[in-house]
Design a protein around this ligand. Structure first.
Ligand SMILES: [Zn+2]
Length: 658
């Protein structure tokens, strides 16, 4: 192939030539970008993901504004439902004028609680309307029988992002706890300026939440599907948490008749039951008033919006300024009515040929994966056969759903922003609950088409790449294939590897939580992942704060696997099409690794990083690049890494899994 035929995909402004790639590849590959791109005032972090996300959101906003102008969109149509929600949400004047009027109905409902039955009614009502409640409920595939949909009950009820915030003993956590109580206090005073008890209210609410936190499982524990799978007959559920009126509850959320449910965190429900017995009705009313105020603050007037942002945006994530309303509303709509908006989005912004080209890339990734599994030196032929069976069972979803969601039964009106939100939440909730006992819908997507992300679903066994991510700088039909294999190729490899990480690997080729490994292979796998876990445990993200190697293990296994498989896929591609030339002074392999790093080009605020270390199963960007690459001899060869270089690890210390 002639050089002139290939368009370069390397943007040299990303590089920091003052850094030696052998010492810190991440800084070398994206340090230039990091220096030139400070975090905007309304963002918690800024990077290639966020920039593309911002671009997509602006395009969605243009579509929404265009919709407002259209005369042909009649009442009752999906587009009219989208438009009415948008217009109501954007009407800041009306929201400021109405204050907390839209809360009246729910406030009355809370005031009318006279007994436990009333409490159960509130719990169910809040769940249906998308408000924070005491526990979570949803309908999903049975982890051990993926053909069936069952009811899951899970821990919830906290106002801080994780149970750790209530229980950690460090100074920073204590500081956040105090600020959280101040925030509760402020919101209660905003709601009723004559209220003299806001401070006591805050203390009572915080103590209730802390009691829930004490019996909540950690994020790391929640990554183990075996721990979460506690099937209980209704009788067993009743003896586990006798104070909950379960039959009344199931009637309220309108489940079909149930033989059993799955309780993700049994100890949490024991605690809930105890609290229903011990906590006074008055305090519960306070608790649910707080859930209502906090959950709807973003839908009310300026004062509520700003107060909520000051805590969740500034205190917890370090963001100085709130985003303009149109950005907040567009993001919300992308989540709520993503399949109406997504349809408009792909019609206008998604290239049909991108789908075909990505499909070819995915073929290469699967080919490389197959080869890789077959040649693993640590896995027995018996387990390999099962692994290949699973690999071949993975279904791909590219761009957008083949079948868009049906919104016929949804109503949105030009009356109230918050009411419209409740209507959509209830529509989705009912749809979800109705799935119980019906065949699994395998065509459904878990992300909107404009999302800059991808996912692997362990029980559906599918990998999905929304249109939103299939564009530059992650994918570009026009440029050097090395770039596409390095960026989107690694993401595809990453998602497939989730089927074989420490969590996804527990599911078999039918998507059931069932062991398919021989005991010896399982042991070897665990030994191999342990090496990676310990490498990440040593990564210091903030002074004295280290990455949680166990919490991030699945993502780290996927990153290492993704990079390795994508590299192989790229080599197979070059075998088929001929070796690529030197471009911009870089070999094809060097370009592959440079483009892989571009994915994680980012700057992050300290507060946000602090939060991510507790809540995010992904490691910080720098480690997501440097650690996997320090385990890859292919990377060593591409950049002549030798003993003595900082990126070097002796072969006995390297993690090699897939
Ligand atoms: Zn992942």
């Amino acid at each position: 192939m002639e050089k002139s035929e290939i368009k370069s995909g390397i943007d040299k402004s990303y590089l920091d030539p003052s850094v030696n790639p052998k010492d810190d590849f991440y800084e070398y590959a994206v340090g230039g970008w990091r220096k030139k791109n400070p975090i905007p005032k309304d963002e918690s972090s800024w990077g290639t993901f966020r920039i593309l996300g911002d671009k997509n959101r602006n395009e969605l906003h243009l579509l929404l504004e265009g919709l407002v102008q259209r005369k042909d969109v009649g009442g009752g149509s999906d587009l009219a439902k989208l438009r009415d929600f948008y217009l109501e949400a954007m009407d800041e004047k009306k929201l400021d004028k109405n204050g907390t009027l839209s809360l009246s109905e729910k406030i009355n409902l809370i005031s009318s609680i006279k007994d436990k039955k009333g409490l159960i009614k509130i719990i169910a009502d809040f769940q249906k309307n998308g408000l924070p409640s005491l526990w979570s409920v949803d309908a999903d595939q049975d982890l051990k029988d993926s053909t069936k949909v069952v009811l899951y009950l899970g821990q919830s009820g906290l106002g801080l992002p994780d149970r750790d915030y209530y229980l950690n003993k460090d100074k920073k956590s204590e500081e956040i706890r105090l600020k959280y109580q101040k925030y509760i206090e402020h919101i209660f005073t905003l709601f009723d300026s004559k209220n003299k008890h806001s401070k006591e209210f805050a203390k009572t609410i915080f103590d209730l939440e802390k009691r829930l936190a004490e019996k909540s499982m950690t994020r790391t524990e929640n990554r183990d599907p075996l721990k979460l799978y506690n099937k209980k007959s209704i009788k067993q559920l009743t003896s586990l948490a006798p104070e909950v009126m379960w039959q009344e509850y199931f009637d309220l959320v309108k489940t079909p008749s149930l033989q059993s449910v799955i309780v993700a965190q049994p100890k949490f429900f024991i605690r809930v039951s105890e609290m229903l017995d011990q906590v006074s009705l008055e305090n519960w009313k306070l608790y649910f008033t707080w859930k209502l105020l906090n959950g709807s603050a973003g839908f009310l007037n300026k004062e509520f919006v700003n107060e909520s942002f000051a805590f969740y945006g500034t205190t917890l994530s370090g963001i100085p300024e709130i985003k303009p309303r149109f950005k907040r509303v567009t993001s919300l709509l992308d989540g709520l009515l993503g399949e109406i908006l997504g349809k408009l989005y792909v019609e206008k912004y998604f290239s049909k040929t991108a789908k075909i080209k990505v499909n070819e890339l995915v073929d290469y990734l699967f080919k490389a994966y197959e080869k890789r599994i077959k040649s693993l030196d640590w896995m027995s032929p018996k387990t390999k056969k099962k692994a290949l069976l699973k690999l071949h069972a993975i279904v791909r979803k590219l761009g957008y759903p083949d079948k868009w969601q049906n919104y016929k039964k949804l109503v949105t009106l030009r009356d109230c922003y918050l009411e419209n939100y409740f209507r959509i939440a209830e529509f989705e909730f009912d749809k979800d609950i109705k799935k119980i006992g019906k065949p699994v819908d395998r065509a459904e997507w878990c992300m909107s088409a404009s999302t800059v992300n991808a996912y692997y679903h362990p029980t559906l066994l599918d990998i999905a790449f929304p249109a939103g991510i299939l564009q530059p700088p992650f994918f570009d039909e026009e440029v050097d294939p090395a770039i596409n294999f390095g960026s989107i190729g690694s993401v595809i490899g990453h998602e497939i590897t989730h089927g074989f990480d420490d969590e996804g690997g527990k599911f078999d080729a039918q998507g059931n939580l069932k062991n398919w490994w021989t005991p010896k292979d399982k042991k070897s796998f665990e030994k191999k992942t342990k090496v990676l876990e310990e490498q990440f445990n040593k990564c210091e993200a903030l002074p004295g704060k280290f990455v949680n190697g166990k919490l991030t293990l699945g993502e780290n296994v996927a990153d290492l696997g993704g990079a390795s498989i994508a590299y192989d896929a790229f080599q197979i591609y070059m075998k088929d099409h001929g070796r690529l030339p030197l471009i911009d002074g870089f070999t094809p392999e060097q370009r592959f690794f440079l483009s892989l790093a571009i994915f994680e080009a980012e700057n992050e605020r300290e507060e946000n990083l602090r939060q991510s270390l507790i809540t995010d199963p992904h490691s910080p960007g720098k480690f997501r690049i440097n650690i996997p690459l320090s385990n890859m001899e292919e990377f060593y060869a591409a950049f002549s890494i030798k003993e003595g270089d900082k990126m070097y690890r002796s072969s006995k210390d390297r993690a090699k899994i897939w």
